[in-house]
Design a protein around this ligand. Structure first.
Ligand code: HEM
Length: 134
């Protein structure tokens, strides 16, 4: 078997965080209409429950993301890598802020724009993450 290294642990935890934050949003969105058919108040209860695991996934991404930056020698990377990293961190911030606006927002506009930014930012972060890993 190939040797298991700290890189294996670091990337596995980062990808686990991404599966929860990105995959969780997609799954919740897909199930929402069915949950609403069960009980008009159920989506809010389910969403509040989802928030707990979702933010835990986001926190795991932040911690392992910083771990990445500490061990991959960012200073020795190319300008193209730095540009990609900055774009990635911007879409990560957009995703986190979008979901926060979606949770605290009371207007339909805040819910819609926040939710869309949260998911699109998460998908973009995933894409740029794979691009960074090369
Ligand atoms: C929504 C949040 C995030 C998502 C969905 C995400 C997703 C990913 C994915 C899927 C990879 C590729 C892993 C692989 O190819 O094995 C990756 C790599 C990476 N991510 Fe993230 N990430 C997020 C947040 C962050 C944050 C906050 C940071 C920095 C503080 C970060 C820094 C990196 C770096 C440097 C790599 C390349 C790691 C390497 O080459 O070893 N990510 N990310």
């Amino acid at each position: 078997m190939l040797p298991v290294t700290w890189d294996t642990v670091r990337l596995s935890l980062h990808v686990l965080g991404a599966t929860i934050w990105v995959g969780g949003q997609i799954t919740l969105l897909y199930l929402l209409s069915t949950v609403r058919e069960l009980d008009a108040g159920a989506p809010a209860v389910v969403a509040r429950r989802f928030n707990q695991i979702a933010w835990a996934g986001f926190a795991l991404l932040l911690v392992t993301g910083v771990w990445h930056l500490l061990v991959i020698g960012v200073g020795d990377r190319t300008t193209a890598y730095h540009v990609t990293l900055v774009i990635k961190l911007l879409v990560v911030a957009a995703s986190g802020c979008g979901v926060a606006v979606h949770i605290i927002g009371r207007s339909k506009v805040a819910l819609a724009i926040g939710g869309a930014l949260g998911l699109l930012g998460a998908l973009a972060a995933l894409f740029f993450g794979v691009l960074l890993h090369g």
